[in-house]
Design a protein around this ligand. Structure first.
Ligand SMILES: C[S@@+](CC[C@H](N)C(=O)[O-])C[C@H]1O[C@@H](n2cnc3c(N)ncnc32)[C@H](O)[C@@H]1O
Length: 260
């Protein structure tokens, strides 16, 4: 026994190891973001051979400071451990895993945009205010951190607004493909119009409008999201707040995230 709390040495070591895991856990997404910034998933994806040697990878990395080349094998080893890349002993090379493939630019079911949004300093800083938020009377931690709603912040910061909208659109690709697949065709039967409320930059509505040409699809979102988008054919963009007015349509589409 080590102390009067009856914790034995093994339990203490296990608790200590878990604590270190929590303390250093911020490094996992930081390393993945670093790989995206360096373009490593894209370089591996574009390589003519599925396996790329470490030396060729280093040559292909743009703007790498030569004095820091020795850190690349360490970064790659960590990312293999995180499941992004496979390491191939033969040839000392790397290839993309299925998870790594999702971080390639413009991958259709990719998670890259969402990853960059979730790792954005504005978002990370919001999470740091969780403790304050639980003690104040504001409805979101974002307001605790920035003194305004996420939507108002987006309206004032076009760059962050773009990153957020891209992340939302990328997140909607899978659901868009499902909605227009055979398994959901009946959902739109008999409808002549629908409005996607808070439809962002229109990823879902565009897919539906393309698949069901006789269905008029309206995207309603805040003015800073709609921007100067006009739409064409059976797709229309409307700038405004759902709390003021919702365009008339047979059906409304509202994507809701339900905790599982
Ligand atoms: C979580 S995002 C979802 C975007 C899109 N539906 C998707 O699935 O990709 C929520 C959207 O609601 C929009 N929004 C927030 N408040 C709104 C309001 N009062 N009226 C209309 N849209 C609003 C935001 O601008 C944002 O685009």
């Amino acid at each position: 026994m080590l102390n009067n709390n009856n914790i034995c040495a093994n339990q203490l070591i296990e608790a200590e190891a878990q604590s270190w895991d929590h303390i250093l856990s911020y490094l996992r997404p930081s390393c993945i973001k670093c790989a995206i910034q360096l373009g490593i998933p894209d370089i591996l994806h574009k390589n003519p051979n599925p396996i790329m040697s470490l030396s060729n990878l280093i040559i292909a990395l743009p703007n790498l400071n030569p004095s820091k080349i020795t850190f690349i094998p360490i970064l790659m080893r960590v990312l293999v451990d995180f499941g992004l890349f496979n390491y191939h002993h033969q040839g000392d090379g790397y290839s993309l895993t299925r998870v790594g493939r999702l971080l390639v630019e413009n991958d259709l079911s990719g998670k890259r945009s969402f990853f960059l949004f979730a790792q954005h300093p504005v978002v990370l800083n919001t999470a740091a205010y969780m403790g304050d938020w639980l003690r104040d009377d504001l409805s979101t931690a974002f307001e605790t951190a920035y003194g305004k709603s996420h939507w108002d912040y987006c309206a004032e910061e076009p760059k962050f607004n773009g990153i957020f909208n891209d992340a939302m659109a990328s997140d909607s690709r899978l659901i868009s493909n499902l909605l227009i697949s055979d398994c959901c065709v009946g959902v739109f039967e008999g409808l002549t119009s629908l409005v996607d409320i808070g439809g962002g930059t229109g990823a879902v509505a565009m897919a539906i409008a393309g698949a069901f040409q006789r269905l008029k699809c309206i995207v309603l979102d805040l003015p800073h999201v709609i921007g100067d988008r006009k739409g064409s054919g059976n797709l229309e963009f409307v700038a405004g707040s759902m709390f003021d007015k919702i365009p008339h349509a047979n059906a409304i589409l509202l994507k809701v995230h339900t905790p599982v």
